[in-house]
Design a protein around this ligand. Structure first.
Ligand code: ADP
Ligand code: ZN
Length: 433
């Protein structure tokens, strides 16, 4: 039964991973010309993979490889076998397209069901899905997983916040599925209507698609009076369902029998030991439509090896601290939005709404301005007061990042809200004011 797969005894899990890995490499080699060529270029033959450690012999696959093979270049089966397509948003170029066979879809709903179950969803729950239904993997991914668990699904999709709230109340929604940003925004809209979000009766949140700092999680939990759980996934691998939190809130359990994780040094590509922070790389162990070998996600995290009190034997990954694409190099210092967020979360005068505004000159970043909203209570007309807060934030940033950054306090509710993923980095021309 699928519910048991997170509890496989150690040795058994590794044996399953190894036999699946060997099969997947042969499968990709035989059915995807791209992989055959890549392996041949690095003189690797599928039979060289004899242990799990041998995975490091395989070359990496990158987002660029996926884009260059747009749309169907990495598919391992004829289109007659593909029953669904999804794609990532592709804001920075061609989208990445994922194709699923019927078995892939069955596996995917099982993976998501495991994530839902470990978060504590049950048959009595009414789960409102506020992820977009469409090419984005979020909506449909959670939909079929929750259905497998047996919850009652409200397939709302994203947007239309007022109506979301109305139905949430009328239908007695107990579980909210959304990005953390949207959960926070919905609470804000409820408050604007003079309501207490905690009165809505949500008991559990399944949040994913973007990073969520501890302070943001606390804020969401406090406002809605729910338990927030995080889950992680990406289109290039499958969508949501790659990993998720159990009730212990100490990292996200990976569906390790389907996705083999590694951590590498993002600069050198060298494998890093468990526990060390680096870029997470995944190899799919069971996919038919689009098998993926050693995909570089660009997401920075670490693998946690401590056994989890919940008894699940699959590894956990830590929360994502940043994406390599989101790293800004300012005056020689590497900065991730999450580092800035960490600092801001310790400042009581400001809200969780912030943006990093990048001023570019030719090909380098000349300046970085941190725009952050004041809370309603700390908003004031006193120039002196504002300057004091700005200075305080700037000082803490300097201590944390060893660089002086401009801080600009914004009026409450002045930064853009989102019904999907928050945009933390913006170019100067697109910034407000
Ligand atoms: P897009 O690239 O268009 O955002 P996806 O929806 O496939 O497409 O997004 C996957 C990415 O979203 C991941 O690579 C990761 O950076 C981010 N992500 C997803 N879940 C989480 C999470 N729980 N915490 C942090 N980042 C996440
Ligand atoms: Zn656990």
């Amino acid at each position: 039964m699928w519910e048991k797969k997170d509890f496989m005894p150690g040795g058994e899990l590794q044996r399953l991973q190894l036999s699946r890995l060997k099969k997947s490499v042969i499968y990709a080699y035989e059915n995807v010309p791209f992989y055959r060529k890549r392996l041949q270029e690095s003189s690797v033959k599928p039979e060289h993979i004899q242990t799990l450690g041998d995975i490091t012999l395989l070359p990496f696959t990158t987002k660029e490889d996926m884009r260059q093979n747009y749309p169907y270049g990495l598919f391992a089966v004829p289109m007659t076998e593909i029953v669904r397509l999804h794609a990532s948003s592709g804001t920075t170029g061609r989208p990445v397209v994922m194709g699923y066979t019927r078995k892939d879809l069955d596996d995917w709903s099982e993976q998501v069901a495991r994530i839902c179950l470990m978060a504590g969803v049950n048959k009595d729950d009414i789960a409102q899905i506020s992820f977009g239904y469409g090419l984005f993997t979020g909506g449909f991914g959670l939909h079929y997983g929750l259905e497998k668990v047996g919850a009652t699904i409200v397939p709302f999709s994203s947007g239309n916040t007022e109506r979301q709230l109305m139905l949430m109340r009328d239908f007695g929604t107990s579980v909210l599925v959304s990005t953390p940003s949207f959960a926070l925004y919905m609470a804000e809209v409820a408050e604007d209507r003079g309501e207490d979000p905690a009165g809505y009766g949500l008991r559990l949140g399944l949040f994913g698609g973007e990073p969520c700092s501890e302070s943001m999680r606390e804020e969401i939990e406090k406002k809605w009076g729910l338990k927030a759980t995080l889950n992680y996934g990406l289109t290039e691998i499958v969508g949501p369902g790659v990993s998720g939190e159990c009730r212990g809130s100490a990292g996200m359990h990976i569906c390790e029998d389907h996705f083999y994780p590694e951590i590498i040094d993002p600069l050198s590509g060298e494998p890093l030991p468990h526990g060390q922070e680096g870029e997470i790389v995944f190899t799919t162990l069971s996919k038919e439509g689009v098998p993926v070998l050693r995909y570089r996600t660009g997401d920075i995290t670490s693998l946690l090896t401590e056994p989890c009190p919940c008894g699940r034997t699959v590894l956990r990954m830590n929360y994502i601290t940043g994406r390599t694409d989101d790293m800004l190099i300012v005056k020689g210092v590497n900065i991730f939005p999450s580092q800035v967020e960490d600092v801001l979360s310790g400042v009581s005068e400001v809200s969780p709404y912030y943006q990093l505004v990048v001023h570019r000159e030719k090909d380098y970043i000349k300046d970085l301005e941190i725009q952050v909203e004041l809370t309603g209570e700390s908003f004031t007309d006193s120039f002196q007061e504002l300057e004091k807060i700005e200075q305080k934030i700037s000082n803490i940033l300097k201590a944390a990042l060893s660089i002086t950054l401009k801080v600009r306090l914004m009026e409450p509710r002045s930064l853009e809200r989102t019904t999907g993923k928050a945009k933390r980095i913006i170019e100067k021309d697109q910034a407000a004011g």
